[in-house]
Every structure is written in C-alpha cells, then in structure tokens.
Design a protein. Structure first.
Ligand code: AMP
Ligand code: GLY
Length: 429
C-alpha cells in the first residue's frame, strides 16, 4: 500500500512513523521543508509547498499512491482533498467545504448554533472593525478576539489576559475585518482528537497542550510547546461526565455535517475548555494537532494503514483502534526568540536521547550541520507506565540538545498537574 503524507512537521513525522510500523506500507512525502525524519522513512520525497496542489497531484499520480493523509490545514483550505479524490485518490482529511469547521470560525459557530449543539460559547461575527469596537465598548465582561480565518494558532487575543479594553479596540482595528468576538471562557483546556469516516467517530486519548511560550504558562501564544497524556487516556481535571459531553459534542458536529450534505471525514480535533458549566468548544481543527499527534500516534498500537483503509471505506469501528495504556510527554525544542524573533540558521547538536522518540520538525542543514529554522525545531516524546517516568525521559532527551534552542521544562511535571487540578477545583467550587 502506497500512502502519501502531506506536510513536513513533527505531526507528519509522527504520522509517517506510525505508518512505517507496517512493513507493507510505502510512504511518499510532499513537504516544503526537508524533514530528515520523514525523509528517512519515505520511499520518495517531493520538496514543494503543500499548497501547490498541481504539483502534489502530479506527484501522487506519477507514484500511483493508494491514499493520502493530509497533515496541515493550509492544503485542506486550498482544496487538496477535492482535487485528489476527483483524481481517484481517497484521503484522510475533509474536503474544502467540510474543512470550514476549522478554516472559518464563523461557519463552525453557526453550524453549532443551527443544530443546537451544546458547548457553543456566545459569539458575534463582524465584517467591520468599528462595529466590533462599538460592541466591545458596550459589552460587560471579557471577550476573546479572533480573526474568522486561519492564523496558525497565533491570532487570538484574550481580554483580561493579553489585552485591556483599549488594547482590544486597537487589536480589532489591526485585524481590520472579519472578526469574531466570543465570551471569554475560564477553565482548563483539553484536546480530544478522533478518527471520523463521515458517520462513525473513534476517539483518541485526551491530551493537554501548552500554548504559551514560557514556563508557568507565560509569554505569547505559540503553535504549542508540548503536551502530555495519561495511561488511562483521561486527564485528572476532566470527569467521565465531562468527557462524555465532549464526545457527544463531537458526534453532534459529525452528524450535523452529514445532515447538511458536507460529510466530515478525516481527523477531527476538538479543543475544549472545561468550565464551571461543562465543556465548551474553543475550536475545531480539521487535522491532528501538533504536538498532540505525537502523543497519540506514539501510543497507537493498531496499524495506522489499516485505520486509513477502514476510514476511507466508511467502516471505521472502535475495534480498529487501540492505544497503549501508557503516559506520554512531548516537549518541543524551539529556536531562542520563538515565536516573535526566532534565531534561524543556528547549529544544534542532539546528544544521547535515551529511550525518547525523536520527531523532527522545522530544521535545515548548513555545511553538514543540523540548524534551526524559523518554526518549532524538533520534539521528544517520553512514553512510560507513569507520567513521572515519561516526563523524565522527555526532559533528559530535551536537555541533551546543544544549541540556541529552548524548551519548557515544566510540561508533564507533577507540579504542573497539581496546579491544573487545583485550578479546576477553584473554578467549580
Ligand atoms: P485558537 O486559535 O482558537 O485555538 O485559540 C488559541 C488559544 O486562545 C486557545 O488555546 C485558548 O487558550 C485561547 N482561547 C480561544 N478562544 C477562547 C475563549 N473563547 N475564551 C478563552 N480563551 C480562548
Ligand atoms: N496544538 C494545536 C494545534 O495543532 O492547532
């Protein structure tokens, strides 16, 4: 079986690694940046922008791939699945109209509202900045301010956290148009990802990501600095009831898409805020999370190629998908200065990383040296029977890297987990 993997980050390295555990699978890769991890697993690589759809299609046809897995959101928005499927290549990923669940926050919210799906915060969409400024002036409370379209996870500003009212008005004017304002949600975030075949949804273990750049959840938002999951695939600040509600919300969305004639197929990523009143949807993504893909795909015991086949056939069932009952901790190394002014082109040296799994992300090679590029560099995943051991494995590996890179040493620590649990208690009592 020949599978095309589109994308070249840590998430796609994790996808390729999971596929490679089946020796009958041949991997073909399209990636803009050379990822040595993916290159090492692939039969053939096309270095090309993932949104250059003509080139991607040509490569897929020339190599007669049987299916494709789309890693990032940009090619989904560009309609890569429509194009490949019309050429007879089935995909793990939604068509452009269904990907609007991620690519248009206005579509996502109005779908939830139209179908009375729980967990939709109060929101308003504005075409014009001045109307949004007026709304902010009159609104009693804090708001989340977002561009309607894609922003690489970096476009959101929260009043009371990043901005005061004057700053909010300024930011809205900076965005200019197509702005969505939502009530600010207070709680603990968690990620629920699922395989979806258009009708059936099979969940993956819960993961918690860390968006902020620096330890203690300080600094600007990033694409995600690291993440962890627990052996029972739950999180200690998410009750069984909350989990079931979140799953119901995801099922509701899959049903709604089917009813509206835009069936959703691929990976559905739900970002939830666990609030005093239960789980609320922060956003949906139409793909695996990055870093969260590295947690769940490291744990996946079932054959990913088999899941791809079942998903494409529309016959997915939970019997097809098994995850190891282990904890995972993923830590990203990023260039110093990331995300505002990353130090690019700086050499780095990877030391002895022990039992950790190494996933490459955004690196370059200069004069035989591995170097940083502008985005997240590489990640380590520790996997073990306890969170403590998984954290130790990931932390030791991350500390082995020499160069102008940094990571968050607090991710996955018992201390941070205690803070999360205490925060949740504080909110609910
Ligand atoms: P997004 O790009 O939608 O994932 O948002 C990035 C981050 O902004 C999320 O991970 C949350 O931490 C925060 N965020 C987004 N929407 C809200 C909201 N309505 N209330 C509070 N925080 C939010
Ligand atoms: N980790 C968040 C994302 O992939 O969007």
């Amino acid at each position: 079986m020949k599978v095309l993997v589109v994308g070249g980050g840590g998430r796609e390295h994790a996808i390729a690694r999971a596929l490679s555990r089946n020796s009958d699978v041949k991997i073909f890769s399209v990636m803009a940046n050379p990822n040595p991890g993916i290159a090492g697993l692939a039969e053939k690589v096309l270095h090309e922008s993932e949104t250059n759809l003509g080139k991607v299609l040509g490569f897929a046809l020339e190599n007669r791939v049987d299916s494709a897995i789309i890693g990032p959101e940009a090619p989904l928005e560009a309609g890569i699945v429509d194009l490949l499927e019309e050429a007879g290549i089935p995909c793990v990923g939604p068509r452009r109209a269904a990907a609007r669940l991620e690519t248009s926050k206005a579509f996502c919210r109005s779908l939830m509202a139209r179908h009375g799906i729980a967990g939709c915060p109060k929101y308003r969409v504005f075409g014009d900045a001045e109307e949004a400024v007026e709304f902010i002036r009159e609104y009693d409370g804090d708001l989340a301010i977002k561009p309607v379209g894609l922003s690489g996870g970096k476009g959101v500003r929260i009043m009371g956290e990043h901005l005061d009212q004057a700053g909010a008005a300024e930011y809205v004017r900076h965005l200019g148009k197509d702005i969505i304002l939502e009530e600010r949600l207070i709680g603990e975030e968690f990620t629920l990802q699922a395989f979806v075949d258009g009708s059936h949804l099979v969940p993956m273990p819960l993961v918690q990501d860390h968006k902020r750049a620096y330890p203690g959840d300080t600094g600007p938002n990033t694409g995600g600095m690291g993440s962890y999951s627990l052996p029972d695939h739950m999180l200690p600040f998410v009750s069984r009831e909350t989990y079931e509600k979140a799953l119901q919300i995801m099922r509701g969305v899959v049903n709604a898409m089917k009813v509206e004639g835009v069936p959703y197929k691929g990976i559905l990523y739900g970002q939830f805020m666990n609030t005093r009143t239960g789980p609320q949807v922060i956003e949906f993504n139409a793909r695996f999370g990055d870093p969260e893909a590295m947690n769940v795909l490291s744990l996946l015991e079932s054959d990913l190629a088999g899941i791809v086949t079942r998903l494409i056939e529309g016959k997915l069932s939970s019997a097809d998908v098994r995850f190891a009952p282990l904890a995972t901790v993923c830590k990203y190394l990023v260039p110093e200065g990331y995300p505002e002014s990353p130090k690019e082109g700086e050499p780095l040296e990877i030391g002895d990383y022990g039992d950790a799994i190494l996933y490459y992300a955004n690196v370059t090679r200069k004069g035989g040296h591995l170097c940083t590029a502008s985005s997240r560099t590489l990640a380590f995943v520790g996997m073990a029977g306890t969170l403590e051991e998984a954290e130790r494995i990931a932390e030791t590996a991350a500390s082995s890297v020499k160069g102008t890179v940094r990571h968050r040493s607090d991710i996955g620590t018992a201390d941070l987990l205690r803070q999360r649990i205490a925060h949740m208690k504080e909110i609910t009592t």
